[in-house]
Design a binder for this molecule. Sequence first.
Ligand code: SAH
Ligand code: SF4
Ligand code: F3S
Length: 451
Amino acid sequence: MPGPMRQSDAPRTYRVKSFGCQMNVYDGERMAELLAEKGMSPAPEGEEADLVVLNTCHIREKAAEKVYSDIGRLVKKGEEAGRKPMIAVAGCVAQAEGEEIMARAPAVGMVVGPQAYHRLPEMIDSAASGKRATDTDMPADAKFAALPSRRKVGPSAFLTVQEGCDKFCTYCVVPYTRGAEISRPFSDLLREAEKLVESGAREITLLGQNVNAWSGEDEAGRPVGLEGLARALAKLPDLKRIRYTTSHPNDMTEGLIAAHGEEPKLMPYLHLPVQSGSDRVLKAMNRSHTAESYLRLLERFRAVRPDIALSGDFIVGFPGETDAEFEETLKLVDEVRYAQAFSFKYSPRPGTPAAGMDNQIPREVMDERLQRLQASLNRDQLAFNQASIGKTCEVLVERKGKLPGQWLGKSPWLQSVFFEGEAAIGDMVTVELAEAGPNSIRGRLLQLAEA
Ligand code: SAH
Ligand code: SF4
Ligand code: F3S
């Protein structure tokens, strides 16, 4: 029998569910840290939490619609258990559709945008006393300063260094949900990185919507770009690897390219979205680079770091994309030979210029184009993995594998590598890459690397 409905109590346990990009994952971790500092504890596995934070993504329609079905599911589960969970909607849907969520979903007690989540603790108190609250203030200046210090983290940690976007690609909601580009100060980042390393991180991935637009001043007051930050972080002895994502072709600098040839801790991997191989489509997308300028940029990376693994993002079926223009995307893919890539069907987003363009592409055409593109990308990913076979490399062990004695980690080229033998989470081990699959590589453990 369900007990009496419990509501308006101060929540004691929490669960944060993050969707979307890595920055949302980072934000989710920081929200959990805030809740822990408030004295709450994570809900045990398999148990309902008193407070559920849905940290949402607005990038494509499917992602955005998910929030309503998630809310429905939480309410239903709560009813079955005779309780009313406190629900907070955070992330980019909160920013874009906060009022609509409040109107459409009475079970939601709080709506908090990506630049306002440091206020979550006060909002919980207010929700517990029966007052629903919305905070979608921007920009982010106040947020980072108000967050508690980092807790225990895994061997591979995220660090947001840059946030927001001023590029306004015509299909994209991010400039509206994340606001204008801001760079966090150098000294704050150094301090947060030190904390992450003290807490067990061996690899840090620097995050930004346009991470290579990061700029700041080093300790001597000299202006530095992302490569300066990476080089400073590389001096932390226990930090073994540095990655960064996502870059924009137009923000790429000589300095960052050069650093790939000089700084061994900077991993040989570059995620550089291109979206399309057609200059007409790129222009309509407001990408402000051409297929050719993009290819030339990649050549420069390959010149300083020939083994660099390249990754990209693609959109098929942008309004007006013709068959011939789509073929140009396939041609670009054939030329680059990506190690990994992400491809999406164009999704019209409310409030973006592309959503109002003529010649929206029928779903079947998008389906067919996506299939063809993904066939090419999968072919290249497998080929890249196969070409790695026989190489010896370091793997950072991130977790246990499915089988007993099995471990999982990443190669320098961001391939998932599994192997058997004596190891522990956080170890850097030397592995020979032995057998390639499309999504992972079987490795043979040679030795534990020098600590
Ligand atoms: N700032 C990054 C990431 C943006 S979002 C960048 O510029 O690359 C990640 C990817 O989602 C984009 O690169 C793009 O490929 C895809 N995307 C963004 N908006 C989209 C939309 N409306 N429909 C389909 N895919 C989209
Ligand atoms: Fe969106 Fe373009 Fe900004 Fe990337 S650069 S976040 S795709 S607007
Ligand atoms: Fe999604 Fe927002 Fe990231 S829309 S992709 S969660 S920046």
